[in-house]
Design a binder for this molecule. Sequence first.
Ligand SMILES: NC(=O)c1ccc[n+]([C@@H]2O[C@H](COP(=O)([O-])OP(=O)(O)OC[C@H]3O[C@@H](n4cnc5c(N)ncnc54)[C@H](OP(=O)(O)O)[C@@H]3O)[C@@H](O)[C@H]2O)c1
Length: 268
Amino acid sequence: MNPPPRGAALVTGASSGIGLAIAHELARRGHPLLLVARDPGRLAEAAAGLRRAHGVVVHELPGDLGEAHAAEALLAECGARAVLPLEVLVHNAGFGALGPFDESSPDAAGSMIALQTAFPVRFTRLALPGMLERGRGRILIVASTAAFQAGPFMAVYYACKAFLLSFAEALAEELRGRGVTVTALCPGPVPTGFQDRAGVTDVPLARSALAVDAARVAREGVDAMERGRRLVVPGLANRLLVFANRFAPRALALRIVRRLQERRTAKA
Ligand SMILES: NC(=O)c1ccc[n+]([C@@H]2O[C@H](COP(=O)([O-])OP(=O)(O)OC[C@H]3O[C@@H](n4cnc5c(N)ncnc54)[C@H](OP(=O)(O)O)[C@@H]3O)[C@@H](O)[C@H]2O)c1
């Protein structure tokens, strides 16, 4: 007997980096895809690659998830496009910005908060009743190892990731036993377009013991999501760092991150 068809998977920020790798991982496992990112050209390219590689149905939904009412608009689009109900929800779209907070654009901080906190919360709230009704759903939230530590010179980004981790863990516990699971994926440094966009250009990621490639992050994230795990940190060195951080005095940890980010800010 054939296994039942997999439900649709929505991936935000799916045109590059970790989101694109997660989309490949989900397509390999047979999920039809709904992909979101702003640049329609890059999204179309990503979608074509996924169709070619895995032969699954892929819908492109270009849009800016930092805009007001993005959650309502996207859910309506999903309903109109997907033949199968939404089974997997991956909140991945995000960006960082390196530099002193007092010199940052107030609009940039607002967009970051809208994209990486307000949107995932609102969309999850809107999509969750359907998943609970069907007694079936997987939610994967891409936070970061930055979620475990405050980050001077990247203050808003680190705070957004801490928010996402807290939200994901709380929701995972609230929903326990109801057929819908929530997994927080917390990668350390991953070589993608993220570093350039954030202004972090000096980090020799290829030589860093903490760096894990996007394909492995995606595989470990989707595996953890399928098992219904609450949290996954890809890479042993990153897991050790997160563990050690629990015992470090907060003031010391803050100063270490400050020193690291300051050096990057000076070079950027
Ligand atoms: N790379 C790392 O070292 C690292 C480490 C830990 C966590 N993360 C997290 O992983 C996630 C993915 O990052 P990445 O490294 O894969 O970066 P990336 O390659 O820059 O990908 C970011 C994706 O998000 C989309 N996006 C950005 N702003 C958007 C918006 N307003 N609306 C809709 N889509 C938007 C981008 O496409 P468009 O620009 O076309 O919209 C792109 O598809 C982020 O949440 C990031 O914080 C990254």
